[in-house]
Write a protein that binds this ligand. Structure first.
Ligand code: CA
Length: 329
């Protein structure tokens, strides 16, 4: 049996706060016997549940890392009952390069679970989380946003699960995170996702999409910070009740919620994120740019609902997401 080469410099069972690294050996031209040093904080006080908090699963999404580096610097173990494992930059090589996937192996950490202990750098990170981190977790929060190519209304999300008791616990934790929108998310392709790995192990799992465009705003950062604190209060790891404000509950009944691009070009949106749209309504047009005088291609909502997600850059390609529409419930 191959042992995962990642070694933590922290002791997961020690009380107090420890700031250290997940040390991943990586031999390359600039460092023959070098390691990738993934920052990690472990905060523990007595017995109680364990929450695992991650950001930058995709390296170009910033609310998670900002809120989690901030939390790690401020948290006092006396305020904790149980344990918090904080990894602000989950796919650390991708985070350092500001890209969705790893510049080392092209690995998309959220499509590669359960990983491999003898695989590429990204596969080794996934394998370590599968067997060393998720095994210790009760509550798992993975903070995403749209990255450089997508933008979303700020939502927390969970999934429809075969185990309805587990699904209920995930929904309760999503509601506790209390983003402005709470979404039962229909994934395009859930194979290899960290979400699925955590859910299959029976964990209470919540994800988010808090913004996008390859940056973070004051508003979305505030949502992340409040959501994390609420999530830890809900888990009973921090004292007190979550601060609950109004949220819009959303569902994604089927594939009509996604509109994909079939004509590359210059995209002109005709609605803003958060607006209500009717089935058949034009949400965007795409102008062909190789010549003038052509009528634009029209992209229509496949279902009535809230305009939830969109392509971010000004130019769009074949197969890119034009629109995500979710239905208020
Ligand atoms: Ca993401």
């Amino acid at each position: 049996m191959v042992i995962n080469p990642i070694s933590p410099t922290v002791d997961f069972d020690q009380d107090g706060v420890q700031h250290g690294f997940l040390k991943l050996p990586y031999s390359h031209d600039q460092s023959a016997w070098g390691s990738i040093m993934i920052p990690i904080t472990v905060v523990k006080n007595g017995t109680g549940p364990t929450a695992v908090l991650t950001g930058a699963n995709h390296g170009d999404e910033y609310e998670g890392p900002i809120a989690l580096y901030d939390l790690a610097a401020k948290i006092d173990p006396v305020d904790v009952s149980g344990r918090i494992i904080i990894v602000p930059a989950f796919n650390y090589p991708a985070f350092l390069s500001g890209t969705r996937t790893s510049p080392i192996d092209g690995g998309n950490l959220n499509r590669i679970f359960p990983g491999r202990p003898d695989g590429t750098v990204t596969q080794k990170i996934a394998d370590f989380f599968q067997y060393q981190i998720l095994s210790r977790a009760d509550y798992v929060l993975d903070i995403h946003s749209g990255g450089r190519t997508l933008e979303f209304i700020p939502f927390a999300a969970c999934h429809v699960l075969p185990d309805k008791r587990q699904e209920k616990r995930c929904v309760e934790a999503m509601r506790a995170f209390n983003a402005p929108y709470s979404l039962m998310l229909l994934e395009i392709d859930s194979v290899g996702m960290y979400d699925s790995a955590a859910e299959e192990l029976g964990r209470v799992f919540v994800s988010t999409e808090l913004g996008g465009g390859g940056s973070a705003s004051a508003t979305t950062i505030k949502i992340a910070k409040k959501g994390i604190e609420n999530f830890l209060k809900h888990a009973g790891i921090l004292a007190g009740d979550p601060l609950i404000e109004p949220t819009v509950n959303l569902d994604m009944p089927d594939g009509r919620c996604y509109v994909s691009c079939e004509t590359p070009g210059l995209i002109e949106y005709t609605v803003e994120l958060g607006e209500e749209v009717e089935e058949g309504q034009v949400v965007a047009v795409v102008h062909e740019v190789t010549r003038t005088g052509r009528p634009p291609a029209l992209y229509r909502a496949g279902i009535s609902g809230i305009f939830t997600g969109r392509h971010y850059p000004g130019m769009i390609n074949m197969g890119d997401i034009v629109a995500v529409i979710a239905v208020p419930v």
